[in-house]
Design a protein around this ligand. Sequence first.
Ligand code: HEM
Length: 509
Amino acid sequence: MAFISMLQLVALFICFSAFYYYHIKSKRKQYPALPLSWPLLGMLPDLFINRHRFQDWIVSFLAASQLNFRFVGPPSTNMRLFFTCDPVNARHIFTSNFSNYPKGTGLTEIFDDVFGGGIFNADGESWRRQRAKAQLVMHNPRFRAMVSRCIRDRVERSLLPLLSQLAGTWEACDLHDVFMRLTFDTTTMPVSGADMGCLAIGLPEVPPFARALDDATHVLLVRHIVPRSWWKLLRRLGVGFEWTMAEALRVGNLFLYETIAKRRAKKTQEGIDDAEDLLSSYIKDDDENTTFLRDTALTLIIAGRDTTGAALSWFFYLLAKNQRVVSKILEELDAVKKSTSSSSTDGMVTFDSDELRPLVYLHAALCESLRLYPPVPLEHKGVLAADVLPSGHEVRPGDEVVVSMYAMGRTESVWGSDCGEFRPERWISDDGKLRYVPSYRFLSFLTGPRTCLGKEMVFVQLKVVAAAMVKNFEVEAVPGHVMEPKLSLILYMKNGFLVKVKRRQVLNN
Ligand code: HEM
């Protein structure tokens, strides 16, 4: 009897599998771009198969589903993600019904040991208070002047000499690595006052703090993918990738607490003036508690360094493929009264951020690059109360809303049939001025009350670096090098960006 029922069970299983196989096959045929839901596994198999092209996979399923798609994980995990790249939904989530879409407990748990109570991980009153304070210190004109000085100094003393040396040897270099080092230096200095010296001729070994940040960022991504109970167990046991995180936090905290102690000592001995770094401003005003200072400094360093480095990398990747755009940027730069930099940079030309502010084409080209390659490609939000989005889709508590900035930048109904092209002209109106584009369509810096606080600082840095490099060097991508985004929270380049650089003939005005 038991034997027969076992046979029956096997037969039943085979029939069910065959039926399901044909059902899936016909669905695949009908909707080839949409993820399919499997018993026990939900849609995870599609995610796994497409992990090497994660962002483009999201673009394809959102395009095939009128910009909105409900993704479900294995039933046991309660993983319910509502993907959207619909601008009206983005405006609703980030602005009109902002208070219903907090970071959510799922995300705050993932980020807790890295960002602590810092602004990225805060909601409600704590977030409001931190945002007001950060806005005040970052909008201080003396802080802005310090950011401009710092980036120009690094370009003249580190970036141009390094590229000049590489140009002399016609040696290939990884420009992605160069930019990550540069922006690590140019973020850590204004945020914490520490000079990391990552970018120099010979590309010295990066300091342990920089490596710790890389490791922590990687583990944060892994925590997004594996079920919560798994990574929490590994963390309790202190093994696997959670061991890496523990070590990264140890190294990171050592650096941060030492830096805070130095700033405090300086305050006691010499006082602190307005022109100094953000950490000093926090200490000067009300000397917040040490944990808060650590969380804030780390949040701002992570917020600024890799995003800006990734933005520069993708911008030069697009320029390398679009010489027409390079020529137009050069034309615009030729009209600027240039300041020739010091002899240490071999007569190369650099620009001050004030000289670059009026340049429309350069600004348009940077926005165009940020549209196609937003350094933060996805934004997650929790759902407090059940709601109906403007697209008509319902979301309920326990769902996670995932807005794809990467997909929105590549959506025809938002940017037109040439949305895949790099065309800075789309940002310029007929009278030659910058065209107004609502921030819920150009989401690279988010929109609404949580809009990026570093946006102005970013454009200053991007312009000073881009202008100096375009003016003094020709950048050629090494043929055959495959360029694609890495599966990560930031849009890094998976294989780096191998280039060769050549000095450009500079005619001084
Ligand atoms: C190209 C460079 C950058 C891009 C694309 C970018 C993008 C973003 C995005 C998408 C957010 C929203 C993140 C979230 O809420 O989950 C954000 C928030 C933020 N960004 Fe940036 N960012 C960049 C550079 C910077 C820099 C250089 C700083 C300052 C050092 C900075 C400071 C912040 C802060 C403080 C927030 C939190 C705002 C809040 O929660 O109220 N960002 N940024």
